[in-house]
Design a protein around this ligand. Structure first.
Ligand SMILES: Nc1ncnc2c1ncn2[C@@H]1O[C@H](COP(=O)(O)OP(=O)(O)OP(=O)(O)O)[C@@H](O)[C@H]1O
Ligand SMILES: [Mg+2]
Length: 347
């Protein structure tokens, strides 16, 4: 059983993160289903656990299951259980997660991956607290709070008929959206420091020697598509390498791509050359066009060129233009600049 003491601490001080924690505290005691939405690695599981331990159900079970990790049949039997002989290999009776979560909370991770059939059964539990074990006749009753988590666009899936709209309506009683790390950059140094300290301790050090300027700049300029998980990995890797290299364990370099090798450079250059030739440079409009139109075209062209020249690395492109990272993202959004798809042969 998970206890509140065994949970990793939730670190962050940015306004976005503090607002999130406030919302979690507000909705946790309200005994209704919930959805936790966020990009990969943003901390959905940590938030799920906090929702449970801040609710009146805290002393009962907190059960987690990943709906993407099991086949449809296995997921169904894991959630609802089965009777002996329900299918080949089903020797004894098996209590499902809904049964085991009685009185507590169930965290349905990657809920968008549950099949429509399983979704229908989940809806019945949410609505009436009722279900049957597979191969069983008897209707069982359970009192479980359902928390669904996903990175997928559930309303879009519902419109496409891939997610049950009625289940979505019920689960979306409250929706908690986790901000990506790039939208709360103030948290990057605190999180990095926290992960680095833990890693240094794990490696037998009394304390962490700190980040050099170069490393801190990399941490702040990268856009962290894998969010906190990626930051944790990169920091832990950097601490390990720094300790192995001496220099009293001061972290000078952050390796963001552990696959990167000097001899990969040739491939990367070929790839970026390909992008350049395949993407026609958007040209500013003619000098006779209205002023605003010309400015727009020029802005867009500057952003596209800088991104292309820097391998679509937003931090470096922003620096080349003397813009802040957020300014670059603003202009990118304003002009809808998307990275072109290109086939590369990565090693
Ligand atoms: N605010 C935070 N403070 C400390 N650690 C965090 C925080 N947010 C996330 N983490 C850590 O980052 C990692 C990823 O978090 P978690 O597994 O909760 O993300 P997730 O959103 O469920 O990701 P996925 O969608 O990939 O399953 C974990 O190691 C978690 O402990
Ligand atoms: Mg998760």
């Amino acid at each position: 059983m998970i206890s509140p003491d065994s949970l990793p601490p939730l670190i962050g001080q940015s306004p976005e993160f503090l607002t999130l924690l406030d919302r979690v505290s507000q909705v946790a005691p309200v005994d209704r289903p919930l959805l936790v939405i966020g990009e990969r690695g943003t901390g959905k599981e940590l938030i799920g656990a906090r929702l449970h331990f801040l609710s009146s159900r805290w002393a009962s079970e907190y059960v987690k299951i990943n709906c993407a990790a099991l086949s449809e049949d296995l997921l169904e039997s894991e959630l609802f259980g089965h009777e002996a002989g329900a299918f080949t290999g089903a020797r004894g009776r098996h209590a499902g997660r809904f049964e085991r979560a009685e009185g507590g909370t169930i965290f349905l991770d990657e809920i968008a991956n549950a099949s429509l059939r399983v979704q229908e059964k989940i809806l019945r539990v949410v609505e009436y607290g009722e279900f049957e074990r597979i191969g069983g006749e008897k209707t069982l009753h359970t009192d479980v709070r359902v928390v669904g988590a996903t990175n997928a666009d559930l309303p879009a899936l519902a419109r496409a008929g891939k997610f049950r709209a009625d289940l979505l309506d019920r689960l979306a009683f409250e929706v908690i959206t986790l901000p990506p790390l790039r939208a709360r950059w103030e948290d990057i140094p605190i999180l990095a420091q926290h992960f680095a300290q833990n890693m240094a301790k794990e490696q037998g050090q009394e304390r962490f020697a700190g980040f050099g300027m170069n490393a801190m700049r990399t941490l702040m300029e990268y856009n962290w598509p894998g969010n906190v998980r990626e930051l944790k990995n990169a920091t832990e890797r950097a601490v390990t390498r720094a300790l192995a290299q001496g220099n009293q364990g001061v972290v000078d370099t952050i390796v963001l791509d552990p696959f990167a090798q000097p001899w990969n450079k040739v491939n990367q250059e070929t790839a970026s050359a390909k992008i350049k030739t395949e993407t026609p440079q958007p040209l500013p409009t003619s000098p006779s066009a209205p002023f605003a139109e010309q400015v727009n075209a020029l802005e867009r062209s500057l952003i596209v060129t800088a991104l292309q020249n820097h391998g679509w690395h937003q931090g470096r492109a922003a620096r080349a233009l003397n813009l802040s990272y957020d300014q670059l993202r603003h202009y990118r959004g304003k002009h809808g600049v998307k990275r072109p798809k290109v086939e590369t042969h990565e090693i």
